[in-house]
Each structure stands twice: as C-alpha cells, then as structure tokens.
Write a protein that binds this ligand. Structure first.
Ligand code: C2E
Ligand code: CA
Ligand code: CA
Ligand code: CA
Length: 287
C-alpha cells in the first residue's frame, strides 16, 4: 500500500486500503464493536538495526467494521478515551497481546520473540483494577512478566501520584515500561528520573528527515542533536531505546551511527496480522 495522507485514508499491508468515512462519534458504536468482537490486533516488528533480528512486536489495534473495513486507531482511540471505552478495550488489547505472545513463545521460543508491547492509555492507569488485570493476563496465559512491555506516553505518566504508584507496582511485578513518543511531551528529563522505565521510544518526528544533511537543512541537524541527546541520556540511565518511524535505510544507518541499536518503522516491517508474523517467525526458525 502506498503512503497517503493519514487523515483521509487508512492504509495497511496486503493492499487493504480503504477510504475512512465519518469519524467515530459515539461510544455506543465502539461498545457494540467490542461486544461483537470487531477489534483485532496487528503487530509491528521491533528490529535490531544491525542484522535485522526481530526483538519484539508492538500490538496496534484496528477496528474491523463490517461496513467500513479496517478503521485506523487514530479515528476511534480519541472517542474511546472520551467515553471511557478505552478501559475495557485496553483490557482486551492487553489480554490478546499476552495470549498471542505466549503462543509465539511456546511455538518458537525466546530466540525468535523476546517481548510484546501493547499500548496503554492513561485512563487504564487510573482504573483501580489495572494492576490486577495485568497480573491476571500474564498468569492466565503463562506469559513471564519480563516478556511484556507496556507502552505509555509522557502525558499519561506525568499525571500524578496515583499513576506513579501503579507504575512502581508494575515494575515490581517485573513488567517493563516504555515511554512512547519520547521527546514530544513537556518534561522529558525530570520524568525519566522518576519513572521506572526500561525503554525510551524516540518519536518519529525526530527520525523524519534525520538522514538529510545537505547544508541548509538545519532541521535535520536539530533532529540529529535531539536523537543523539536522547540515546546518550538513555545510556546514562541504563535504559534501552527504540527509534520509531524508520522509513528508509539511510535513516536506519544514521540512527545506528548515533548509537541506536533497535528500531521500528515501515522500512523494517509494517504492522501486520499475527498470522503473517507467524510465517515470518517460522521461516526464520528454519534457517
Ligand atoms: P504509536 O503507539 O506511536 O504507534 C506507532 C504508530 O506509527 C502506528 O500507527 C504505526 O502503524 C505507525 N508507524 C509505524 N512505523 C511507521 C513508519 O515508518 N511511518 C509512519 N508514517 N508510521 C509508522 P497506528 O497503528 O495507526 O496507531 C496510531 C496510534 O494509535 C498509536 O501510536 C497509539 O498511540 C494508538 N494506538 C494504537 N493501538 C492502541 C491500543 O491498543 N491502545 C491505545 N491506548 N492506543 C493505541
Ligand atoms: Ca506505541
Ligand atoms: Ca510511538
Ligand atoms: Ca504516536
């Protein structure tokens, strides 16, 4: 599928490409969709920049609307957040990710897949049952806690004491936490000290154009400076990094030279259905 304006088109692998119609307004639609089992997860590989080994997968939710086809999360996550449906939806995402990751681990072993990462909304962190839900999702599927990475955004983490306590409980369970879209929030540096993070995900906005270094493109210099600062900071604090939104080899090379070892992006692998990744894992295991 070709890249299109993200606002008007949902575009996915395997040529599935459809215009996205009216934005989702009603929580009722989403509630029904959840009850009808219309959500599904795609998985995007997280890859070693040198060598191309898949070290993890990020779980990304899609809505398979019987009328509209695959709907992008950009269209329904905001409505789900507003209506609170993100809590049961996020719980489903968490459980489904654990189920799939445990199945892959059982079939292929930890050499083929180290960890799986669902996204977690701030509303979920405020749900009093969240920690227990995570523990149950792991236990029910027999997934070791260290195989689970919860992706949280800075804005989610910044909000208050209660959240901080939840994060420390998760950390104590052995679950890993990733700071998503890093660099786009407000107080990244102080946050890193207080947050029991294991992984920092450099936002795509710092990767876009990072490979350009013709004189007269100061924006590329600025991105390189941010990318370098983030990886140095992460190293100093003992955190792993993932560079997001890598769309070409030049970006991968540049990031590798700046000190990144792991990346994610269309160039390294698009979000895809679980069955597709199963085929990839099976092929890799044979070699
Ligand atoms: P995110 O967590 O930052 O996820 C990365 C997004 O970037 C994904 O979009 C992915 O498909 C896209 N992406 C990956 N590589 C590239 C690339 O090289 N180029 C470009 N242009 N895009 C790339 P997606 O799947 O549409 O998800 C959008 C956002 O929706 C996610 O951003 C996340 O914030 C949210 N989201 C997705 N699934 C969930 C979920 O289960 N729960 C919650 N709370 N949010 C979710
Ligand atoms: Ca994410
Ligand atoms: Ca991200
Ligand atoms: Ca994002």
């Amino acid at each position: 599928a070709k890249e299109r304006g993200r606002a008007n088109w949902v575009h996915y692998a395997d040529g599935m490409e459809r215009p996205a119609s009216a934005h989702v307004r009603l929580g009722g639609d989403l509630r029904r969709a959840l009850d009808n089992g219309e959500f599904r997860l795609f998985y995007q590989p997280i890859v070693a920049l040198a060598g191309g080994r898949i070290v993890g997968v990020e779980a990304l939710v899609r809505w398979e609307d019987p009328e509209r086809g695959l709907v992008s999360p950009a269209e329904f996550i905001p409505a789900a957040e507003r209506t609170g449906l993100i809590v049961p939806l996020g719980r489903w995402v968490l459980r489904e990710t654990c189920r799939q990751a445990a199945a892959w681990l059982a079939e292929f072993g930890p050499d083929v897949l180290e960890k799986a990462a669902p996204n977690v909304s701030v509303r979920q962190l405020h749900d009093p049952d969240f920690v227990a839900d995570v523990a149950a999702a792991l236990a029910d599927h027999g997934l070791p806690p260290a195989r689970l990475v919860l992706e949280l955004t800075e804005s989610a983490v910044l909000r208050g004491h209660q959240v901080s306590e939840v994060l420390h409980e998760l950390h104590a369970m052995g679950v890993r936490l990733a700071l998503d879209d890093f660099g786009t929030g407000e107080s990244s540096l102080s946050l890193l000290r207080a947050f029991p993070a294991a992984i920092v995900k450099l936002d795509k906005s710092f990767v876009d154009g990072i490979e350009l270094d013709d004189p007269g493109t100061p924006a590329a210099d600025a991105r390189q400076a941010v990318a370098r600062a983030v990886v140095q900071l992460a190293d100093a604090l003992g955190l792993d990094t993932v560079a997001e939104g890598i769309e070409n080899q030049e970006q991968a090379d540049r990031l590798l030279r700046l000190g990144y070892t792991v990346g994610q992006g269309y160039h390294l692998g698009r979000p895809m259905p679980a069955e597709k990744l199963t085929e990839i894992f099976a092929a890799r295991q044979r070699v």
